[in-house]
Unconditional design. Structure first.
Length: 334
């Protein structure tokens, strides 16, 4: 047997061993081994902090305060407590059966290594201690998981890495501003292009104020704007403090909305070109957030011409052709 054949044979043998570890051993353990909670007697109620980190370095930190979950890095913006507690309930319910492998050699392949993982979950307990879990690739019925400090890898039934989002948007209600569109009666938009005012008439039709002679309002683009205005979502909360770099003191746009007897104000601040978001503040919220550019660009950049019917282009005056040019009168012979 040549050296190349020996290498190929050894590689094949290693693949067989790994396949046995991943697919056969869990079944054998499931059938014959005892099962116990991976995290012992820990319950979801014992956990007061959750941090999630993904392979790209994205991370989110959540904390439990006064019985509710919040985003501490954004002045305790409210998180989705029911979603977090349901997730933690599945985490503490992970069993040591089925066992996938007992060797550290397969940690990287299963992506549960300390420096090669799909998700790192850090659970902070009420006494300040932490439990760190590495959630990796998925198999039939769940994801592979390992408790930091142990070589054993288990199959976390009903839990996969995609359920552990490393963005704050995965754990909050992302709707920031919402209003029933049919309750709106007036909208004013102020941006670098000027001030635009729209109002609903007695017949329920929208009109544009300040039209010059010959100008006609085109409601189509405005209807699209109203749809966006009725439900604005955020990318992430920033907190309560209006920092100078947010640009809210000299906003890119100010949108004033009247609905019945109530007036709402939205202020659009600086744009972050790296993630294409704008800072957004609302008179209805104590929190300042970042919102996706596509939801706010029209408020920032559109000018009044966007909401006018196109001006008909005058037809060009026909240029006489050679055939239509009157023939010259012949000069009489002398």
């Amino acid at each position: 047997m040549t050296r190349t054949h020996r290498i190929l044979t050894a590689a094949l043998a290693l693949q067989v061993v790994l396949a046995l570890a991943v697919f056969i051993l869990p079944r054998l353990t499931s059938a014959t081994g005892a099962s116990a909670p991976l995290l012992g007697a820990l319950t979801a109620a014992d956990i007061t902090g959750l941090s999630v980190v993904d392979a790209d370095g994205n991370s989110v930190d959540l904390a439990k305060k006064d019985g509710a979950w919040v985003v501490p890095g954004a002045d305790d913006y409210p998180a989705d407590t029911s979603k977090i507690e349901a997730f933690l309930g599945r985490v503490v319910g992970i069993q040591t059966n089925p066992l996938v492998t007992r060797t550290s050699a397969s940690h990287r392949q299963l992506q549960v290594a300390g420096d090669d993982f799909q998700r790192r979950l850090i659970l902070t307990l009420g006494d300040g201690s932490v439990r760190t879990l590495f959630l990796g690739t998925s198999s039939a019925g769940g994801g592979h998981i390992r408790l930091d400090g142990q070589d054993e890898v288990y199959l976390a039934r009903g839990l996969n890495s995609f359920e552990a989002g490393a963005q704050v948007s995965s754990w909050i209600d992302t709707q920031y501003f919402s209003i029933a569109q049919d309750t709106l009666t007036a909208v004013k938009i102020e941006n670098a292009n000027g001030t635009l005012e729209f109002e609903k008439d007695a017949s329920g039709n929208w009109t544009m104020k300040g039209l010059a002679r010959g100008e006609e309002f085109n409601p189509n683009n405005f209807t699209t704007l109203l749809t966006r205005l009725s439900s604005l979502s955020m990318s992430r909360p920033l907190g309560k403090a209006a920092k100078p770099e947010y640009g809210l003191d000299a906003p890119s746009a100010v949108v004033t909305v009247v609905a019945g007897e109530k007036t709402y104000t939205l202020r659009v601040g600086a744009k972050d070109e790296t993630d294409n978001t704008y800072v957004l503040g609302s008179s209805e919220s104590a929190f300042i957030v970042r919102a996706p550019f596509f939801a706010l660009d029209d408020f920032v950049n559109r000018a009044r011409g966007t909401y006018l019917q196109p001006t008909p282009t005058p037809e060009a005056t026909a240029t006489p052709t050679a055939s239509s040019t009157p023939e010259a009168t012949p000069t009489p012979a002398p």
